[in-house]
Design a protein around this ligand. Structure first.
Ligand code: NAD
Length: 501
């Protein structure tokens, strides 16, 4: 049974290194394909051996999802789906520490962060979408016809179908559940392809969903990479009815091409090159604390992270010095050390990319206020993918480090003189995910926040989310909005019924 399989997977975790397998039709299954070593970003050791799903296994997963859609899960009433999501939330809480440790182990992020952010948000995602689907209704319209007759129009909500869920490595469980919870709430079945860097929490979630009573086949996991691997096999599979994807803009573009021949809907949460705008009237203590979080949280590996900081000239030096102090106070270290604030980057490859921007900033004449290099930490950590938190001045919007998403713990500070100039500089980007405005002038806060060409515009805060509100980006940052009723729109098809009365 799924439960026996689930406990077998758990007991694998006791040996070193554990083997991670696909989860298809309610059971963990072996793949005939290759395996790869999942390395620990903290010290480069082998964390797990992951079995790559080949095309045949991806096909099995899609067929299992189709059968569950046509069977038990597709027929489940709303109340049953909502109750299941609530049980899932409860069970994640029961296994809270296991999830926190798995998430921290895959990413190298501080255990404290996994406990405070990643796992609680996964729980909240399931509860929020249980509430949303339970309360969801549809408007109806009485249409006046000639001769005093009327017609009644109402729409019925149906699942989109078999949904491919493809997620990245930075907030693996949070971003996975942000999509799986609404997809299941709407009666869909899913095939999940977690990032090759962070395969563990998707497999743990399989155990929890099975224990909570989700029918076999409604949630499947295939491990693998993107091109010529599980990601491509899944997005090109004719049995997939839609793709929900969080990741880089370049991969989003590839996935659009993959689904184009079959004209399938996509929901894309992509990259960012997010701006913060600090006015001279800002509460500088609040602002510096907020900026430090928005630049350095999760080692800068959050799509919402600030990489461009525009500061009104009278407070430029003070903000630059204050932020540099805060960068200097960050503590790089092992995830289970309570003093650690900052983990490594996800991989050696990603560090090479971030470091290439550090070098580019040097070449383009930036002044490095803090950081700029690979730290020497000792204690075995030097085989990990560590990097120094870094701040620059002296760059302009024309420079590549100001235009391209770096996805590291770094930002450039640039002065401005007028509100219009700040809005123009912040909007001068191909991306459009998030922005943050820091000011004590309420009117200006609203005014500037509304003018930002982004999906998420914060004032005097960052990363604060109400899960009912729309989440997504403009431009290279994505297509569509998820969150609350917006998620229901993507994960449903509506059939309008028109009855002549
Ligand atoms: P990525 O695009 O390299 O990979 C994301 C996922 O897509 C992985 O599971 C990967 O295996 C898969 N993939 C890669 N190529 C594929 C292909 N051809 N077909 C199908 N699947 C494929 O991104 P990443 O490096 O894992 O994540 C970092 C990126 O994610 C950053 O750009 C970041 O801004 C973005 N991100 C966006 C949000 C958001 O909500 N907007 C949130 C987090 C991260």
């Amino acid at each position: 049974t799924a439960r026996q399989e689930a406990s077998r997977a758990s007991s694998d975790a006791g040996t070193s290194p554990p083997v991670l397998r696909a989860f298809v039709d309610g059971a963990f299954v072996d793949s005939a394909g290759a395996s790869w070593d999942k390395l620990d970003p903290v010290d480069g050791s082998v964390r797990a051996r992951v079995q790559e799903a080949d095309a045949a296994l991806v096909d099995r997963a899609v067929r299992a999802a189709r059968a569950a859609l046509d069977g038990a899960w597709g027929a489940a009433p709303v109340a049953q789906r909502a109750a299941l999501l609530r049980r899932v939330a409860d069970r994640i809480e029961e296994r809270f520490e296991q999830f926190a440790r798995a998430e921290s182990a895959d990413t190298g992020k501080p255990l404290a962060q996994a406990r405070e952010l990643d796992v609680p948000r996964a729980v909240a995602n399931f509860r929020a979408f249980a509430d949303t689907i339970a309360a969801a209704g549809q408007p109806s319209f009485l249409t006046d016809l000639e001769g005093g007759r009327q017609a009644l129009n109402y729409a019925v909500r149906k699942p989109l179908g078999v949904v491919a869920v493809i997620v990245p490595w930075n907030l693996p469980l949070l971003l996975l559940t942000w999509k799986v919870a609404p997809a299941l709430a709407c009666g869909n079945t899913v095939v999940v392809k977690p990032s090759e860097q962070t395969p563990t929490s998707a497999a743990l979630l399989a155990e929890v969903l099975a224990e909570s009573g989700l029918p076999a086949g409604a949630y499947n996991v295939v491990h693998g990479f993107g091109p010529a691997s599980a990601g491509q096999f899944l997005t090109e599979h004719p049995g997939v009815d839609g793709v929900t994807f969080t990741g880089s803009s370049a991969t989003g573009s590839t996935i659009m091409r993959a689904v184009a021949p079959r004209v399938r809907p996509v929901s894309f949460e992509l990259g960012g090159k997010n701006a913060a705008v600090v006015f001279a009237d800002a509460d500088l203590e609040l602002t510096l604390a907020g900026l430090a979080r928005s630049v350095f949280a999760n080692t800068g590996q959050v799509c919402l992270c600030t990489e461009r900081v525009y500061v009104e000239r009278p407070v430029f030096d003070e903000v630059a010095a204050g932020l540099a102090d805060r960068a200097g106070a960050l503590r790089l270290g092992r995830p289970d050390d309570p003093a650690t604030t900052t983990g490594p980057l996800i991989s050696a490859e990603h560090r090479a990319k971030v470091l290439s921007y550090y070098r580019l900033a040097d070449e383009q004449g930036a002044e490095t206020l803090v950081g700029g290099n690979v730290p020497v930490l000792g204690g075995g950590l030097d085989h990990g993918s560590w990097i120094e938190p870094t701040l620059w001045t002296g760059l302009t919007n024309a420079d590549r480090p100001m235009r391209e998403e770096i996805f590291g713990p770094c930002a450039a500070l640039v002065p401005f003189d007028t509100e219009d100039e700040a809005v123009r500089l912040a909007g001068d980007t191909d991306y459009g995910l998030a922005s943050a405005v820091w000011t004590t002038n309420l009117s200006r806060g609203h005014r500037v926040a509304q003018r930002m060409r982004v999906g998420l515009s914060w004032v005097n805060t960052w990363f604060l989310r109400d899960l009912r509100s729309p989440f997504g980006g403009v431009g290279l940052s994505g297509i569509g909005r998820e969150g609350g009723a917006h998620s229901l729109d993507f994960y449903s098809e509506l059939t309008n019924v028109c009855v002549a009365l």
